[in-house]
Design a protein around this ligand. Structure first.
Ligand code: CTP
Length: 401
C-alpha cells in the first residue's frame, strides 16, 4: 500500500529525531519515495548526510541553497506528497503548525500540503500535558490532521510518562492502514444527515435541540477518507467539515433536510442518518417578531414534521444500506429495534443518555449497533472519530457481504 507513494518526512529538533532515520528506512523498504524536510534545530540532533544517504534525495531545510541561490519550492513539495508525516513533532513545531507560523521550510510545506498529514509528537511529559500543547493538538485535529499519540515510558529527561514518540514500526503501520482504507469505499456514494433542525416560530425564534453535529460530521469525514463520495446534509451547527471529499449542503428545517436528502438518495449506496430532526414545527410561523402583549401567553400550534428516515426507508432499494441513529433515555433496546422496523432501516446505532460521555455536545460516544437481521454489536466509550470508524467498518463489511 505504501509502494510508490510520495512521502514527506518532516523532522523537528527533539532527541527522538534519531528514530526518524529508522522511519525513513522502513518507508523506503516499503517502496515509498521519501523526501526529508528538517527544521534548522533538527540538524543539531541528526545529520542530513545520514538521512539523504537513506532516502537517496538531498535533505531540504532552508528556503534557498546558499551558494547557488536555488529556491526550494514548498508549494511543489506540498503538491508532490501523497502524505506528510512530522516525526518527531516538538511542542514548538506543533504550536507553529496550529497557528500558521510559517518561519521555516517544514511549516511552509505543511501549510502548502494538500495530502493527509500525520503528526507524531515527542516531548517531555509535562510539556505534553500542558494545556497549550493539548489545545494546539486539538486545533491540528480540528484541521483534519492525524495525531499519532505518543507512548508512555522513560523519556530523555529520565522522567517516566507520556511523551515518547511512537515507534517507527507503529508509525509505518498507521500509514499502511491509512492507505489501505483509502480505497475501501471508492466508487460508492454516501448521504449523511447531521445536526439539529431549526423550525421557525417567527423571524428570530425557533424550535431546535442540542445536537452539535459532531457525530455526523465525523462519519461523513470517515466515509470520505475511505474513498466514498459523500453528500452531508447538515442542519445549523458550528462544526465544519475537514475533508475535501465531502460536499456539504446546509439546510435549516426538517422539510429542507428531507428535500435535500431525497434529491441525492436514489444515487446513493449508503445513507447514514445522524440528524436530530425536530419532530414538530410551528404550523404557521409569524412573519414578524411576536411581541409580548400584556399577560397573555401565546399558544403555538404545531404540525408533524416529515420522518426523513422513514421516507428514505420507504423508497430504499435492496442494494442500498440505510443506517439510523437513536438517542434514548429509557427502554433503549426495544425503542431502537422498533425504529429499525418502523423506518425500514438496515441497522441503527443506539446511544443511551444513561451512559455518561455519550450523546449531545460531548466529544465522546458509546454506541451499540443493532441490525435488521437481529445482530447486536456492542461498543465501548470512545471519541466520536473512533465511533465513526467503527460505524464505517460495519458499513464497509455489510456492503461486502
Ligand atoms: N429521523 C428522521 N426524521 C425525523 C425523525 C428522525 O430522519 N423526523 C431519523 C434520525 O436521523 C435517526 C432516526 O430517525 O436516524 C431515529 O431518530 P429519533 O429522533 O430517535 O426517532 P423518532 O422517530 O423521532 O423517535 P422518538 O419518538 O424517540 O423521537
Amino acid at each position: 500500500m505504501i509502494k510508490g507513494k510520495h512521502i514527506i518526512l518532516g523532522i523537528t529538533g527533539g532527541i527522538a529525531a534519531y528514530k526518524s532515520a529508522m522511519l525513513a528506512r522502513l518507508l523506503i523498504k516499503a517502496g515509498a519515495e521519501v523526501q526529508i524536510v528538517m527544521t534548522p534545530s533538527a540538524r543539531e540532533f541528526i545529520t542530513p548526510v545520514t538521512l539523504s544517504a537513506l532516502t537517496g534525495k538531498p535533505v531540504v531545510s532552508e528556503f534557498f541553497t546558499a551558494n547557488t541561490g536555488e529556491w526550494h519550492s514548498h508549494v511543489d513539495l506540498g503538491l508532490w506528497a501523497d502524505a506528510m508525516i512530522i516525526a518527531p513533532a516538538t511542542a514548538c513545531t506543533i504550536g507553529k503548525m496550529a497557528h500558521g507560523v510559517a518561519d521555516n521550510m517544514l511549516v511552509t510545506t505543511y501549510l502548502s500540503a494538500k495530502a493527509p498529514v500525520f503528526v507524531a509528537p515527542a516531548m517531555d511529559l509535562d510539556m505534553m500535558a500542558h494545556p497549550s500543547t493539548q489545545a494546539n493538538l486539538d486545533l491540528l485535529r480540528s484541521y483534519g490532521n492525524h495525531i499519532i499519540e505518543p507512548a508512555s515510558g522513560e523519556l530523555a529527561s529520565h522522567l517516566v510518562g507520556k511523551g515518547r514518540m511512537e515507534e517507527p514500526e507503529n508509525i509505518l503501520r498507521v500509514l499502511e492502514s491509512f492507505f489501505s482504507r483509502g480505497s475501501e469505499l471508492s466508487g460508492k456514494k454516501a448521504l449523511v444527515t447531521a445536526g439539529p433542525t431549526y423550525e421557525k416560530i417567527d423571524p428570530v425564534r425557533f424550535i431546535g435541540n442540542y445536537s452539535s453535529g459532531k457525530m455526523g460530521y465525523a462519519i461523513a469525514e470517515e466515509l470520505a477518507s475511505r474513498g466514498a463520495e459523500v453528500t452531508l446534509v447538515s442542519g445549523p451547527v458550528s462544526v465544519s467539515c475537514k475533508h475535501s471529499g465531502v460536499r456539504v449542503v446546509k439546510v435549516e428545517s426538517a422539510r429542507e433536510m428531507l428535500a435535500a436528502s431525497e434529491s441525492v438518495f436514489d444515487s446513493a449506496d449508503i445513507a447514514v442518518l445522524t440528524a436530530a430532526v425536530a419532530d414538530y414545527a410551528p404550523a404557521s410561523p409569524a412573519t414578524t417578531k411576536m411581541k409580548r402583549e400584556g399577560n397573555a401567553v401565546p399558544t403555538i400550534e404545531l404540525v408533524k414534521n416529515p420522518d426523513i428516515a422513514a421516507a428514505l426507508g420507504e423508497r430504499k432499494r435492496p442494494d442500498q444500506l440505510v443506517v439510523g441513529f437513536a438517542l434514548e433515555t429509557d427502554n433503549e433496546e426495544s425503542n431502537a429495534l422498533d425504529k429499525i422496523k418502523r423506518k425500514r432501516l438496515d441497522a441503527i446505532c443506539l446511544n443511551s443518555l444513561r451512559d455518561s460521555g455519550a450523546g449531545f455536545a460531548v466529544d465522546t460516544n458509546k454506541v451499540t449497533i443493532f441490525t435488521a437481521s437481529g445482530a447486536k454489536i456492542p461498543g465501548e466509550l470512545k471519541s466520536k472519530r473512533e465511533v465513526a470508524a467503527d460505524v464505517v467498518d460495519f458499513i464497509s463489511k455489510s456492503l461486502r457481504k
